[in-house]
Design a protein. Structure first.
Length: 146
C-alpha cells in the first residue's frame, strides 16, 4: 500500500528490473550472493532495515535504498508521501512509470501496460500515474486495461 508494485515470489527474482527484499529472504542460504549480483547489475533495490542489518555486504551503492521498519510493519502505514516518494520513484524507473500518491494507495502494473490504482483510505485521494492525474474514490480503484 505504498504505491510500490510488488509481485511476491518464492525464488530470487534474477530477471526482475527492480526488487524489494524483506528479512525473510535470508531463508535462502544463497540469498546474499544472489543479491550482490543483482545490485552489481545496477538494478534498483529496496531492502528492509532488518535485512540490511543482517547482511555483511556493503550497502552504500546508489541503487540501494533502505526501508525503515524497526520491527513494526504497521508503522509503514503512517509514512508521509515525502518519505515514500524517493523509494517509489527509483523502483519505478525501469518500468518507465512515475507515481505520486498518498500512503495506503496501491499500484499494480501488468506486463501488457495495464494498471490498477487502489485506494485503501476512507477518503478519496488524488494521484498521478505517469503524468495522468485522477481521483480514486474511498476504498475504490481505477483500472487502465490495454
Amino acid at each position: 500500500m505504498l504505491g510500490i508494485p510488488l509481485v511476491p515470489c518464492h525464488e530470487f527474482p534474477t530477471n526482475a528490473p527492480a526488487a524489494f527484499f524483506p528479512e525473510q529472504c535470508l531463508k535462502d542460504p544463497e540469498f546474499a550472493k544472489k543479491l550482490e549480483k543483482f545490485i552489481a547489475a545496477g538494478k534498483p533495490v529496496l531492502l528492509t532495515d532488518g535485512l540490511a542489518a543482517k547482511l555483511s555486504s556493503n550497502l552504500t551503492r546508489t541503487n540501494i535504498q533502505i526501508l525503515t521498519v524497526k520491527g513494526k510493519p504497521a508503522s509503514l502505514l503512517s509514512l508521509s508521501p515525502e518519505a515514500i516518494e524517493p523509494l517509489r520513484t527509483s523502483l519505478l524507473v525501469p518500468f518507465k512509470q512515475t507515481f505520486s500518491a498518498p500512503n495506503q494507495v496501491a499500484l499494480y502494473l501488468y506486463s501488457d501496460g495495464s494498471s490498477v490504482v487502489e485506494n485503501f483510505n476512507n477518503d478519496p485521494v488524488q494521484v498521478t500515474l505517469s503524468g495522468v492525474s485522477m481521483e480514486i474514490p474511498a476504498r475504490g480503484w481505477k483500472l487502465n486495461w490495454k
